[in-house]
Design a protein around this ligand. Structure first.
Ligand code: ZN
Length: 278
């Protein structure tokens, strides 16, 4: 946990706060907190499931236990309703921007990454990557600006959603980022799915497994070799295992690898640089 629950700042009653475990922005109040008395409180994150309690030596009475459950259920309902509302707003916004957007001719980000536009649009100089569920419903957009800064529409659903490129024939490769997935699609010709981030590899793998029970799923890992715990490789390994898929890891052997070189797009760039220097 990056910070503890601020028990002492909360009055008896119900509160919503940013989760100390998974919260990244103060405005994302995914954690419900119920304070029964100054020595008794319980906190439950509706996003990551973290439960923390503050209690004195005394065991909770049945009445207190029931009160916690009732109030936490109410907080969860409120949280879920707000989330659905935000997701609906983001989906509507995504639809409007998509309609207003234009086909991509070229873009500095695509040039920098050495990949083409596959199913992208552009609006006000910003690339739009559609975030769709496995039925093709548009839920949100990932925006990529000229400098490569990537964002999602606020509150939009991403979990289990992806951007697919190419028609699957026997196999689909799932990768984190657009440039990585495009590199694999352009070089290997295979259908690819952009999962957007490592935490979404598993939900996307499951969504694709449900849609295509018999297809071969490959998970192309970002090898975050300089980040403790290697989140990219860890998540890719877990996703591959969960759906009976195959793990693909970029092999940087014999290349001048920099600390940020982690994915198949980086690998291709380094191979091209090496060939050009020979
Ligand atoms: Zn959390």
């Amino acid at each position: 946990m990056t910070h503890p629950i601020p028990w002492h700042e909360l009055e008896p009653g119900d509160h919503r706060i940013c989760c100390p475990a998974c919260g990244t922005k103060p405005r994302k109040k995914d954690m419900g907190v119920t304070i029964l008395s100054h020595d008794h409180g319980i906190a439950h994150c509706f996003k990551c499931g973290l439960i923390v309690s503050k209690r004195d030596e005394r065991e909770l009475s049945d009445t207190e236990r029931k009160a916690y459950k009732r109030r936490m259920d109410a907080l969860r309902k409120q949280h879920d309703a707000e989330q659905r509302e935000r997701q609906a707003q983001a989906a509507a916004e995504a639809g409007l921007r998509w309609l207003a957007s234009a086909p991509v001719l070229d873009h500095p980000y695509l040039t920098a990454k050495g990949v083409k536009a596959h199913g992208l649009r552009v609006l006000d100089g910003v690339l739009l990557v559609p975030v769709r569920d496995s039925n093709g419903v548009l839920h949100s957009l990932q925006t990529i600006d000229r400098s490569g800064d990537k964002r999602f529409l606020f509150g939009g659903r991403v979990k289990g959603c992806y951007h697919s490129i190419g028609r699957p024939s026997g196999l689909i490769v799932i990768a984190e980022g657009y440039a990585t997935a495009s590199t694999i699609h352009e070089d290997a010709g295979s259908a690819v799915a952009v999962a957007f981030n490592s935490g979404n590899l598993l939900p996307v793998a499951k969504a694709l497994r449900a849609k295509y029970p018999c297809i071969d799923l490959y998970i192309a890992a970002d090898d975050d070799w300089t980040t403790p715990g290697n989140p990219g490789l860890t998540a890719a390994t877990e996703a591959a295992r969960a759906v009976g898929g195959l793990l693909m890891k970029p092999d940087f052997n014999g290349l001048q690898r920099g600390p940020k070189d982690s994915d198949f797009n980086d690998l291709k760039r380094l191979i091209q640089e090496k060939e050009a220097s020979q």
